[in-house]
Design a protein around this ligand. Structure first.
Ligand code: CTP
Length: 404
């Protein structure tokens, strides 16, 4: 898959630069050609000899220098490459890239590059959370730069938190999977997604909600869109933004609004995957004024919300693929299988709350896929981005069968 692909690895000055040596090895072993662009500070952390031996190419770290060839190297180099991976990416290089500053070999090359860029940030957790840094990161996201989120854990500065550069094999997998999906196997397919929680109003200031963050559904939306699908994403109240400019996002708040949007869109779709954590019940009566405290107890009467997934299952036409999620705590497989049948699904994604690192709010997930042909496939704990890839592969398999 990466055989003959041309990759620039950009290295900026962080201690995680030592891990980049392993990343270079992974690309070389997969048959890619690698050229290194480094900042002056990066060269404090790794040596030229290591970088040149592993990449089998000379390092580009000075915009002006006698060793550069007669062409403007940042242009010839960036014309040459298929993808650019910046690992580690410091707050400084991300700041420069986001704001159009080009004052060294790496920032100049990034500015001249108009193909796919991956950025793997690495820094202290306080720097990572800094408002200016987050703004810069968002600018990159909005310009289709793929951010390989740092992991949480022990940091070289002694702190514990988010900021540790992702492991080389994870960075490698994300780049590899981008190249794999460049095949656009969902071109022209229309896919509906629901994501996030729903909020059911009690009065003008209070609601019933749940802890869903929408991360899994949003990762799936990006993956489907990257593979060529026309994605309609009906999102409950979440704090997330999308990178892919082609995703049609409909923001809703309540289960009823999500139901209306999904039922309206589904007849035009080839497939739907419902990831939302929909509130099963809502207050029977909506108070237009704030509910006052009148005693030591308050009784709320709740009525059932429509089951969006089951409703789509009822109107599903032949050729359409329908999938849902099941979050279970006991008898996981049996419960998921019974939902699959009851809601007329093609496949269901099972999350067990018993699995560490799976479920609400995390960046990782561990799933089991169950389909209506009684196949059960378990997967490892992985990033939600890679889980999205597994689910998308399943969808592609089903669409091929249904629409053959
Ligand atoms: N779902 C939906 N509308 C609802 C409830 C759930 O579309 N009102 C969808 C979810 O998006 C998910 C799937 O149904 O894809 C499973 O949700 P779950 O809450 O586990 O199903 P329930 O039928 O509510 O089952 P139970 O509460 O008994 O676990």
């Amino acid at each position: 898959m990466l055989q003959g692909k041309k990759i620039i690895i950009g290295i900026s000055g962080g201690i995680a630069a030592y891990k980049t040596l392993f990343l270079i090895r992974l690309f070389k072993k997969a048959g890619a050609e690698v050229r290194i662009v480094a900042t002056e500070n990066a060269m404090w952390f790794v040596t030229r000899v290591s970088l040149e031996s592993l990449s089998q190419n000379k390092v580009y770290d000075k915009v002006f220098g006698p060793e550069n060839d007669y062409t403007t190297e940042h242009i010839s180099l960036t014309d040459w490459a298929d993808a650019f991976v910046v690992a580690p990416a410091t707050a400084n290089i991300i700041g420069k890239y986001a704001n159009g500053i080009a004052d060294d070999a790496l920032s100049t090359s990034l500015m001249a590059f108009d193909k796919k860029v991956f950025v793997a940030p690495a820094m202290n957790c306080k720097m990572y959370e800094n408002f200016a840094f987050q703004k810069n990161l968002e600018t990159l996201r909005q310009n289709a730069v793929q951010i390989i989120e740092p992991a949480e854990g022990y940091l070289a500065c002694g702190y514990e938190g988010k900021g540790r550069m992702e492991e080389p094999h994870v960075i490698f997998q994300q780049v590899q999977s981008w190249f794999a999906h460049d095949r656009k196997d969902l071109q022209g397919k229309k896919v509906l997604l629901t994501a996030g929680p729903t909020f059911e109003n009690i009065d003008p200031v209070r609601y019933i909600g749940n802890y869903s963050t929408g991360k899994m559904g949003f990762a799936l939306a990006e993956e489907l869109a990257e593979r060529g699908a026309e994605v309609t994403l009906v999102a409950g109240p979440v704090n997330l933004s999308l990178q892919h400019p082609g995703i049609h996002r409909i923001d809703v708040q309540s289960a009823q609004q999500m139901y209306d949007a999904a039922m309206n869109a589904f007849p035009r779709m080839d497939a739907a995957i419902l990831t939302a954590a929909v509130a099963d019940f809502r207050p029977a009566q909506l108070n237009t004024e704030k509910v006052k405290r009148t005693g030591d107890t308050l009784t709320l009467q709740l009525i059932a919300n429509p089951d969006i997934l089951a409703s789509l299952g009822q109107i599903k036409k032949s050729g359409q693929v329908l999938a849902g999620f099941a979050l279970e705590t006991t008898n996981e497989v049996e419960n998921a299988q019974s939902k699959l049948k009851k809601k007329n699904l093609d496949f269901i994604v099972l999350n067990s709350l018993k699995d560490k690192g799976a479920g609400f709010g995390t960046d990782t997930n561990k799933i089991t896929l169950l389909d209506n042909k009684n196949q059960i496939t378990g997967f490892e704990l992985k990033s939600k981005k890679l889980v999205a890839k597994d689910i998308t592969d399943k969808l592609v398999e089903y669409l091929k069968e249904h629409q053959a």
